[in-house]
Design a binder for this molecule. Structure first.
Ligand SMILES: Nc1ncnc2c1ncn2[C@@H]1O[C@H](COP(=O)(O)OP(=O)(O)OP(=O)(O)O)[C@@H](O)[C@H]1O
Length: 439
């Protein structure tokens, strides 16, 4: 079974603390005429998807990695600590301090928390010389190992592959480290330190034990079983409670709210807002209690400085096919609303269980968001609900509201998309109503 949310030790962030009903009118009390307007909008958005999407993920290198801009000072996170979920609890701080103290003691090259330089000996010890049995994943950056620090803290050790390093990893490595080291939030994967040694580039981050959201949506147990390199991951995930059960809509809503909080935190990072740029289900890691943690800041980039009058950052297009903001694709101008777009795609993925692009589906269903928006516009949203979920009244109502929000997130023009903070508020209210319908 998945871990229960009811556990009193679950420190899930409640946000906002006391929502005012009027501020949530979009989702809570949509009249039939306004719902019709939304449906009309859904029809036009569904039309836009044809032009927006790049070829199927399987056929396209899903992104290229290059250097990103370097980040400025290192003291930004305290200024955003009012955002729900910033890990400023005493317990969190104590744990954090103990980790860094331990690491500092172990490392002669130690630096600021979050950017501690490990030695190669530390890494070899933590990963048992990169033991294949501790390999937990493989991504664009390289190989990921589970490791353990001397104080017992479990870590994920991300070892860059040589080809990535040859291709200009220097900038990306710096980008990932600098972004990670400055953020601290319950729903963001913490960075413990890094290592640059000859041609090795290694990042040490918080180990999140329960697989990725994509794996959960696919209930990938059978695939994992057949994969020898993932045998360790299988045993790890079994221990942590992932046994192939379907994620309930309740849990999916919780995950969406966690992700919305994490991105809100990044975007409202007062001194140096950060655009994640690669929000997708395989970058959402889950804890035993199905709390979501957003990972992979390899593409993270500073947002434009509002005070300077700049509203966007001009950049080469990066991200993953299916999640990419069409306005960013067209203009190369990146804003926080590009993350909002990807988040809208993620919402559709959460309720349908499908990947953003499904090359094996019927033609009209290959672009999942377009298909879902069309069904929503036709008043038959329930037909896109993940078939593994019950078609109950509560699920139907929540589905409608989540799709309504997703529709706003994927608006063709970024000015029409909500902020991530607004998304969190709307989802908070959807969850509240959902729970009321369940009792
Ligand atoms: N912090 C972590 N804790 C536990 N497992 C992790 C962690 N980070 C990554 N993994 C595992 O390693 C896999 C590869 O992760 P990685 O971030 O390198 O690539 P990715 O996000 O899957 O792909 P890409 O780098 O192409 O975006 C993940 O799918 C996950 O299974």
């Amino acid at each position: 079974m998945y871990g229960s949310r009811k556990d009193s030790s679950d420190t899930r962030v409640k946000y906002p603390p006391s929502p005012s009903p009027s501020s949530y009118s979009t989702s809570s009390s949509t009249s039939s005429s306004s719902r019709n307007r939304v449906r009309t909008a859904a029809r036009s958005v569904a039309g836009v998807f044809v032009a927006c999407f790049t070829p199927p993920e399987e056929e396209t290198p899903h992104h290229s990695r290059h250097s990103s801009s370097a980040f400025g000072g290192s003291d930004a996170f305290s200024s955003a600590s009012d955002i729900s979920g910033a890990s400023d609890s005493t317990e969190g701080k104590k744990r954090h301090r103990s980790i860094y103290n331990t690491v500092r003691n172990d490392s002669p090259h130690s630096k600021e928390p979050g950017s501690v330089k490990f030695s190669m000996a530390d890494i070899h010890k933590a990963t048992k010389n990169f033991s294949p049995t501790l390999k937990v994943g493989q991504g664009g950056f390289g190989t990921v190992y589970k490791g353990q620090l001397p104080d017992g803290t479990l870590v994920a050790v991300k070892r860059a592959k040589k080809s990535m390093y040859d291709k200009n990893l220097g900038g990306e490595f710096q980008s990932e480290i600098q972004a990670l080291s400055k953020v601290e939030h319950l729903n963001l994967v913490k960075c413990y330190g890094y290592l640059e040694h000859e041609d090795e580039r290694i990042v040490v981050v918080e180990y999140v034990p329960n697989g990725t959201l994509r794996e959960h949506l696919e209930c990938e147990l059978i695939r994992l079983k057949s994969s020898s390199i993932l045998a360790t991951q299988l045993s790890n995930t079994l221990i942590s409670g992932f046994n192939g059960n379907v994620l309930s809509l309740d849990s999916r809503l919780d995950i969406a709210i966690d992700v919305a909080h994490a991105i809100t935190y990044l975007h409202t990072y007062t001194d140096h807002p950060i655009i994640h740029r690669d929000i997708k289900s395989s970058n959402i890691l889950l804890t035993e209690k199905l709390r979501a943690k957003v990972a992979d800041f390899g593409f993270a980039r500073l947002a434009a400085d509002a005070e300077s009058g700049q509203t966007h950052v001009s950049t080469q297009v990066k991200g993953t096919a299916g999640y990419l903001d069409p306005e960013y694709l067209r203009t190369y101008q990146l804003t926080e609303k590009s993350d909002v777009y990807s988040f809208g795609i993620l919402l559709v993925e959460l309720v349908t269980g499908r990947r953003p692009i499904e090359p094996k589906q019927e033609l009209d269903q290959r672009i999942t968001a377009r298909w879902a928006m069309k069904r929503y516009a036709d008043g038959v949203a329930i037909s896109v609900l993940d078939p593994r979920l019950e078609k109950s009244d509560a699920n139907g109502v929540a589905l409608d509201k989540i799709l309504e929000l997703a529709l706003q997130c994927v608006a063709a023009h970024r000015r029409n998309r909500p902020t991530m903070r607004r998304c969190a508020e709307v989802l908070w209210n959807v969850r509240k109503e959902y729970k009321q319908l369940l009792v």
